[in-house]
Design a protein around this ligand. Sequence first.
Ligand SMILES: Nc1ncnc2c1ncn2[C@@H]1O[C@H](COP(=O)(O)OP(=O)(O)OP(=O)(O)O)[C@@H](O)[C@H]1O
Length: 720
Amino acid sequence: MAERESALLTVESNAIRHLDSLDRGVRTRFEDFQSKFCWNMHTPGLRLKPLKGHKGLWSARITDDYRAIMCKVGHAHFALIAVLPRGEVYERIEERWDMPVNRVTGALEVVDHSDIRAAISDAKRPVEAPMAPAAVKPETAAKPGLFDPFTTAELIGLGVAEPLMPSIREIRTDQQLIDFIGVAPRLTGEILFALNDGQSLQQVEELVTAPVKIDEPVDTGDLQTAIERPAAMVTSSDRAVAAMLDGGFAAWRVWPHPAQRKIIVRRYNGPARVSGGPGTGKTVVALHRAARLARELDPSEGRILLTTFTKNLAADLDTKLSMLVEGDERKHVDVEHLDRVVHRLAVEGGRKLGKLLGDKELRQWWEELRLERGETEFDAEFLYGEWTEVICAQLLTSRAEYFKARRVKRPRRLDRGKRALVWELVERFNARLAEENAWCWPQLRASVAIAEENRSAGGGHRYRHIVVDEAQDLTPAHWRLLRALAPESTDDLFIAGDTFQRIYGQPVTLGKLGVSIVGRSSRLTLNYRTTREILRTALAIEADAVADDLDGDLDSLAGYRSVMSGEKPAFRPQRDAAAELDEIVRQVQAWTADCSPGSIAVTAPRTGAVADIIAALNAAGVPAGTLSKDRQLGEDLVHVGTMHGLKGLEYRYLIISGIGADGFPFPYIRRLADTDPQRYELELEKARNLLFVATTRARDEVVFTWTGEPSPLLHLAAGE
Ligand SMILES: Nc1ncnc2c1ncn2[C@@H]1O[C@H](COP(=O)(O)OP(=O)(O)OP(=O)(O)O)[C@@H](O)[C@H]1O
């Protein structure tokens, strides 16, 4: 009997695809196989042997009926590439498999010609005769190949897997391409999709190839190195495999895209930022970075804060982070939304927090104060804006500071006399807040930021690393607080955000707030969530938009793309409100036939409409619940909420209702056009972003409904 020899089993994504399609029983047996194989690859029942007919492939027994197909990449190191029924193992074995090392990424790829042929044949053929020419209908055969305009050398130069070239030449329709991509190596798929989308060779080289290219020379015979390269879609962790098989295919946990991985592992010499359109994996990068920092943390240096703008998104980050790190490493990370941190620090600092005032009440208080003082120079809206956007935002605590303050994008010029008047009112307002034991977020954020700045001046920082998601919505006071919470050092502050998705607050310039990201910015462009059809509509919504880059320059959505395809968004004007509700119910019922209610969301700009939609759905027997910033809704309800409530979430199917010209942008914004043109522009931008955010929450389908004229913000999109 052979001596015990432990082995390393690395699982390739192709094998996960196979395992995912098998019965639960076989998958459980696979886990057993995995541990036995790694403990001793010569365990008799496993029957490990090289496969006749293919140099480099080995098989081992998982159950009586299933075999693991593995490629030997090094001494006692195997890569599992497939799990096949016993009877299929030898079928055309000499032609079925290729395991090329990609010359661009240096990573091992797995090509299963059997799956590839099935994907590009018109009539989906059974796998029995894998290498026979694809069954192509005469009308398809007459069409030119989608990639005829490109030479083989050009395609391979971009990173297409060489053994796939003959099959690529047979792709003549979009559907064939989509099916092909489902089973081809990732980089090949991305390149072909981008070319088919009309991008030039040079654009594809810049957007798709360059981010994953490695600098060192590639030895295509060295499989061991190739399998360890970042672009290889492999894992050696049995926990990761079990998790993938257990909860469906959570690829983000195991296979960050090489462009994402570069940002995850990079060491930054100060604050750094990742930007990118919706669904490009900014949150995924933030999570992996937080996990990496947690694994490498020296706890004596401090803790890690993973934070975001809203409460429900923090809960989501918390759950997902626990999928990446556990035990002591996990314990070193606080996951909280930023206002909760503000609140916690205020209470810890001894603040007694009485009544919380919202925007509406604050405006009312300002109006009362103005009337009380007989103030006619300024209206309440102006005073409220001056107080939140200048005084609280810049943490101004004295009249002298206010005299010197910059008032960017604020209406009216204020000379010293007028500033003195405003300051007097502000002091009175603050005194009233104190007298009534009331508080509000703009003021609390500012006071906590000031307290932390003072504290950190003495060297007392609370965190070693901070990772921030949804950064576009943070206020200047939030930034000053974050800067004060961690010392300036390597990997101190990592920021993920997309300014095209700013729906709260105002543009900021980080450099002016003590957070310098110059030279440490990266951008992601591949969307993992949304189909190309939905993306096109979303981009049309932002066609006229200009967004800042958080640092005084402009951001762009150039190169933003997706490799998924689906239905075109539907634009459905309705006769009246009742007809609109009927249409919503009809569409939701049609969708629930093939998915859980929780995969569907219905949204509307106004809170009032939410209750009507829920009532209509419930009356038709469809369970539905209200989305809230404070909690996550389950899978058994259709999620209904305002467009703001959709921030950061994603759904298979989505209806965006109530976007007639009367209701969206909100009437109060339209009124600003005459009274305060600068503010009007800002609010219009946020309304546009809101529609963009809502549209990009949909994975498979989106439907727009309205009554009367459509919103002007929808014109370009609906005209597509
Ligand atoms: N490398 C990956 N492999 C598989 N799925 C991924 C990968 N990266 C991201 N995803 C998936 O894409 C979707 C969008 O990712 P994520 O939420 O991180 O994007 P985002 O850029 O933060 O989006 P948004 O700005 O719209 O909130 C998620 O479902 C995520 O799981």
